[in-house]
Design a binder for this molecule. Structure first.
Ligand SMILES: Cc1ncc(COP(=O)(O)O)c(C=O)c1O
Length: 400
């Protein structure tokens, strides 16, 4: 390799997605013709609803094929303002909204706009794999917040207070959570809001799964608590609620000067998100909303089935997840035991045995900061879920 092509430090310290190892192995098994049940998907298995697809086609045919304003078309921003008002009760102005290339891009813009080298960012565990990497890219330091296992996996103010230092600048919150599906309840959120205000921290609140909540859970935005709107960057998008992962439209709402900085950053990196995808997102947010509920109900049905089944498998345990489309399962009972002839040290080992000997791919928790857990996505059909769980259970039981 040419010496001049040596990589910059910031990319050398980047970790490739730790969920990729199992994923690439699963894909190569599938390519070999193996019938692998893939519980790894982080996206809805439904097609984007017809009216949304048509809106993109119409936009193209009407010449919406050029650059737009960097931060998004005004009509879409207005639709986002209305969506946020319905979701949170909060009013935002157009200059407090930024449309980006997916929620991940909005998050990146927010972190780059807020985090200086050595700044501490409080990060509840388990976390979505992208957060520590984006914090590190900005030169920040993730301050991991481990929550009390008795609290059903959701972070509480006292957990955060235990980790807070003078270096802490902000908190990255994700409720409902990927990977755990945990939803922070409103009283717990109120306490977190109080702590954050007292300690003068900002919050980046990733609410991408806000419309996928179940049972008695309700989604409340931390931005809606007193004094929080002015210190919160709310992140959301159309990927999960409208089955639009490939369209790449997400958004941020927050204080005007932060949104302005994020927009400048976007103007010098990507420019506007895809024009026709913006028109599709406009239809998603302003058109009929029934499909959102149809998909939510189907996810709920699958969730209840999986939770029931996992609870019947000896040695596996889980809290009832109330949001997103993931279940987060504790496998610690299998540590230092043999499954399929292999000594199990953590969920990585168990995931490998399931993949190699039962043709089922789950995502081990090491990448999310909890190596004794694994994640199952129920964004796949009921029939595949049943097949996958049967195979996982048989392999465990055959080795008892
Ligand atoms: C917690 C969380 N935030 C953000 C995203 C990214 O969403 P988008 O597809 O809009 O970039 C994901 C996708 O997996 C996610 O799980």
């Amino acid at each position: 390799m040419l010496k001049t092509l040596s990589l910059a430090e910031r990319v050398r310290q980047l970790h490739p997605s730790p969920t990729m190892a199992i994923d690439s192995k699963a894909k190569s098994l599938i390519a070999e013709g193996k019938d692998v049940v893939n519980f790894g998907a982080g996206e809805p298995d439904f097609d984007t609803p017809e009216n949304i697809r048509q809106a993109a086609i119409t936009a193209i045919n009407h010449g919406q094929t050029r650059y737009t304003a960097v931060g998004g078309i005004e009509a879409l921003k207005a639709a986002i303002q209305e969506r946020i008002r319905l979701d949170t009760g909060l009013e935002y102005h157009s200059d407090e909204i930024l449309v980006s290339v997916g929620a991940k891009h909005s998050l990146y813009n927010a972190i780059m706009a807020l985090v200086d080298p050595q700044d501490g960012v409080l990060l509840p565990v388990p976390y979505w794999v992208t957060y520590p990497e984006q914090i590190a890219l900005a030169g920040g330091v993730a301050q991991y917040v481990v929550s009390d296992p008795k609290q059903e996996g959701a972070v509480h103010a006292e957990d955060i207070a235990n980790v807070l230092t003078d270096r802490s600048r902000g908190l990255l919150l994700n409720s409902p959570s990927n990977p755990s599906g945990a939803v922070i309840n409103p009283p717990a959120l109120a306490q977190i809001a109080r702590l954050v205000s007292e300690r003068d921290l900002w919050v980046i609140s990733d609410e991408i799964y806000n419309r996928l909540v179940y049972d008695d859970a309700t989604h409340v935005s931390i931005a809606s608590f007193p004094g929080m709107r002015e210190r919160t960057i709310l992140i959301n998008g159309v990927s999960k609620s409208y089955a639009m992962t490939g369209w790449r439209i997400g958004y941020a709402a927050g204080p005007q000067h932060i949104i302005k900085a994020m927009t400048s950053l976007q103007s010098q990196s990507t420019s506007n998100p895809s024009t026709m995808a913006q028109y599709a997102a406009l239809e998603a947010l302003t058109g009929p909303q029934e499909q959102v509920e149809v998909m939510r109900r189907e996810f709920d049905r699958r969730r209840q089935y999986i939770v029931g089944r996992i609870n019947q498998i000896s040695g596996l345990s889980l809290d009832n997840p109330k949001g997103a489309f993931y279940v987060w399962v504790n496998m610690a009972a299998y540590k230092n035991r043999k499954v399929g002839g292999r000594l199990i040290k953590n969920a990585d080992d168990l995931a490998l045995v399931w993949l190699e000997q039962a043709n089922v791919a789950v995502v081990p928790g090491s990448g999310f900061g909890m190596p004794e857990y694994f994640r199952i996505s129920y964004a796949t059909s009921m029939e595949r879920i049943e097949t996958g769980l049967n195979r996982m259970q048989s392999l465990l039981e055959s080795t008892q």
